[in-house]
Each structure stands twice: as C-alpha cells, then as structure tokens.
Design a protein. Structure first.
Length: 476
C-alpha cells in the first residue's frame, strides 16, 4: 500500500494504544488511591478506637483517685480498688454494662447481671497484661449477643446496635500490678457517626487525588504520545522510502545487467538481420508473384527488427558516452510518430502531436526520452478504444520540459495506483509488466520525473519532465 494509506492505518492504531495506555495508567492510579485510602481509613479508625479506650482507662484511674479523696477506706485489695473505679466509670454516658475478669482472663462478674458472659480474646488478654487498654468496634450487634435477657426480647424485638467494647486493666494508679480486667460495653452510635464522616472525607480526598493525578497523567502523557506518533510517522515514511529505494536499486541492477546482455545481443543480431533482409528482398523479387504479399510482410518485419536493433545500439552508445548529435523537437515528434503510427492505424486510434516549446536536444536525451515516450504512447494506444484519440503535447514549466501523453481509455483501478511504477504481472497480451517501471528508471537516470497526472474512467495522462539543462539552446 502507499504512504498515505499506511499512515492512515498506523496513526489510529497509535491513538488506540495511547487511549489504552492512559486507561491502564488511570486504572493503576485508581487502584493505588483506593488501597491508600482504605489503608488510611483503617489506621484512622484504629486510632479513634484506641483514643476512646485510653480515655476510658484514664477515667477509671481517675475514679480511683476520687474515691480516695472522698475519704473512703483505703485498706482495700488491689482488685477491689480497680473494681470500685470501674463501677464509678460505668456511670459515664453510653456505658451499657461491664464484664469483670480475673488476672487470668476468666469471667468473674457482670454489671448489670443480665450481661452475657463472654471470654476474652487473645489480643485483649495480651494488651491488658501490658497494662494497656484496647477496644473493638462492632457495627451491627444483636442485643441478644450482649444481654442474657431484656424485656423487649419477650416481644421478639431484638435490635441490632453498634457496640464499642473497651477492655481495660484494673490496678492501683501507683503500681504496675494487674489486679483484674474490666470490659466496658458502650453504645457505639457516636463512634459510627464519626466513622461515616471519616469515610466521606476520605472519599472526597480520594476523588480529589484521583482527579488531579488523572489530569496530570493526561498532560504528561499527551506530549509523549504526540512525540511517539511523530516518530511512528517518520519511521513509517522512512521505511517505505527505504523499501522503494531497495526496489529501485534492484530494478536498476537488473536493468544494468539487461543492458549489458542487450548490448552483446544487439551486436550479435545486427549482421544476421542485415543478411536476412537482403535474402528476403532478393528472393521476394524473384519469387512467385502470388507470394509477394508474404515476402513483403517478411521484409517489413526484418527491417523493423533492424531498426529496433539500431535504435537500441544507439541508446547504448549514448549511455557509454559516444559522440552525440543535436535533434530538434520536430524531429523527435516525427520519429515518435513514425514508430507508433502503424499500431495506431491497426487499432483505429487517432494521433495528435502538439509542441508549444522549441529547442534542440542531444541525441542521448532524445534516445532516452524516446524509449519512455514510445512506451507511454503504445500503452495509451492499447488502452484507447477504436475511434478514440491519443495526444502528445510539449510545454515548459519551472525549468522543465513537460511531455504530456493522454489517452481516452478507462483509466487505472484504484488498487494499482500505488504500484504503478513497480514491476508487476501485465494485463495485456504479450506484455512483460515492467514497461512503466523501466520508463521511470530511465526518467530518473536523465534527472527527470515520470508521474501520473490523473486517471479517470474517461482517460488518463502521464507526465514526463526533463530538466531544462538537457536543452542545447535557450530558445524554449
């Protein structure tokens, strides 16, 4: 396919890759933000629970001090001191009850007595052994898992409420000796509201971080994408130019080899063809009159082959730098007309030659140009239906001689336009499929250009441009 079609295919693919990469990056950012928010949420919740647990532990110790200052009897056991402090602390707002445990973590009592006795967890046992309070929040807790009996249980109304369980060590303020363990059961609606507010703030923070990060990603990745897109375009163009250059080099190498073989072949054919022409001419004059037409056809064919051999040798001689001579445009057009007129007459095609520029060209330029123009004219005649016309015109533009060959054929199919000057399988009987490829190589060798001006269903036009420097005078 051509340069344009490849670029049109590669650029959308690159954009799709950019969008895919951007979505992947945003997905990774979203996952990272989500995990960070969840991690931060867990840390903050743990800090809130620890805060309430430590506050309740400190309150328990303060209640011990208040009991002493109020003149209560002090010769009490450590366990009794801790028990009294816990009872006083239970008057705090939201405390639903207390479970008491001994130093080994065995349940001993509960206030009120309807509190369901439950064992301590290993985490709670380990914390209080270090004289540290710990807490545990339960969002939806059945009251039947906290109380043995409540009046509402008889009506089958067992509500679920948020519960905060705070386990604190019981000991004197001035000692580190563990005397017992108290587990406060606190109504947790306040802490649940605090968690909800925390979740809202963290969700807003996560959305803000994701939004800002997403915008930054787009602004950072877009220039990179544009640069990659330009690099892809440049690589595509360079790759296709390199491929075309390789094809042209291969074709030039084949043409050079064919030229060497052709020179040897033409020299070998020149004398045999001259002898053949003389033999046909002599025996045709002395033969049976009824066979004169056949002898005449044979003579025309042999002379035509002689002419082709001489023209080929002339071109090869010019390429090798042999002495050149001057040819006018009129002489060039007359020579071209003589070469293609027989084919045009057989096909019923009208020829039209017109020159708007006049100059003299070297024989080398004329011979090389003739190879290209004869091929273009023969292709045009073959493509034009009987009764149509083929034209050759010459004008000058931007220091170039411009030869236009137009026909009235059906034009080229769209899928062939990008491979027009590459060797291919010919669609004409007896064709080789390399005529236009060789013609383009010849034009490039002259320093000119061969291009397709247009191709429609009513005809097409080829343009052969030759540098003005090829002219031997300035009278253009």
């Amino acid at each position: 396919m051509g340069d344009r079609s490849i670029l049109q295919r590669s650029i959308p693919e690159t954009r799709l890759a950019f969008v895919t990469g951007l979505l992947v990056a945003l997905g990774i950012l979203a996952v990272t933000v989500a995990f960070s928010i969840l991690f931060l949420r867990g840390l903050v919740r743990e800090q809130i629970i620890r805060r309430d647990a430590e506050a309740l532990h400190a309150t328990t110790l303060m209640e011990q001090l208040d009991a002493v200052t109020q003149g209560e009897t002090d010769p009490r056991s450590d366990e009794q001191v801790g028990f009294d402090g816990a009872i006083r602390a239970s008057r705090l707002k939201g405390v639903m009850g207390i479970r008491f445990y001994d130093v080994d973590g065995r349940f001993s009592d509960a206030v009120p007595a309807t509190i369901l006795p439950l064992p301590l967890s290993e985490r709670e046992q380990a914390a209080v052994s270090r004289l540290t309070a710990c807490g545990r929040f339960k969002k939806d807790t059945l009251l039947s898992s906290v109380f043995i009996y409540l009046p509402q249980f008889s009506e089958g109304k067992i509500r679920t409420v948020p519960i905060l369980e705070v386990t604190v060590p019981l000991h004197r303020r001035e000692t580190d000796h563990l005397a017992g363990i108290a587990q406060f059961i606190i109504e947790g609606q306040g802490i649940e509201d605090e968690f909800i507010q925390l979740d809202r703030r963290l969700a807003g923070l996560g959305a803000a971080v994701f939004g800002v990060g997403g915008i930054l990603l787009v602004f950072m990745l877009w220039p990179t994408f544009r640069r990659i897109q330009n690099l892809n375009r440049a690589i595509t163009e360079r790759g296709e130019r390199l491929q075309r250059a390789n094809e042209e080099l291969a074709l030039a190498a084949r043409a050079s080899a064919v030229g060497a073989v052709s020179a040897h072949l033409m020299h070998g054919l020149k004398n045999p063809l001259a002898s053949l022409s003389q033999y046909v001419s002599h025996h045709g004059a002395d033969g049976d009159p009824s066979d004169q037409d056949e002898w005449q056809d044979a003579l025309s064919a042999s002379r035509r082959m002689q002419q082709l051999v001489e023209q080929t040798l002339e071109v090869l001689g010019d390429i090798r730098g042999e002495p050149a001579y001057e040819v006018t445009i009129d002489e060039l057009f007359e020579d071209l007309k003589s070469r293609v007129t027989p084919m045009a007459e057989r096909n019923g095609v009208h020829l039209c030659f017109n020159a708007d520029a006049f100059c003299r060209l070297s024989s080398r330029t004329v011979n090389l140009s003739s190879l290209v123009l004869v091929n273009l004219l023969e292709n045009a005649i073959g493509a034009t239906p009987s009764g149509g016309s083929v034209s050759l015109s010459l004008d000058c533009s931007t220091h170039m001689l411009c030869f236009h060959v137009r026909d009235e054929g059906n034009g080229f199919p769209d899928h062939l336009l990008d491979q027009l000057f590459l060797p291919c399988r010919s669609t004409h009987e007896g064709g080789s499929g390399i005529g236009l490829a060789i013609s383009k190589q010849v034009a490039d060798h002259m320093g000119g250009r061969l291009t397709l001006e247009f191709s429609t269903t009513s005809g097409c036009s080829f343009l052969l441009e030759i540098p003005e420097e090829e002219c031997l005078d300035a009278g253009i």
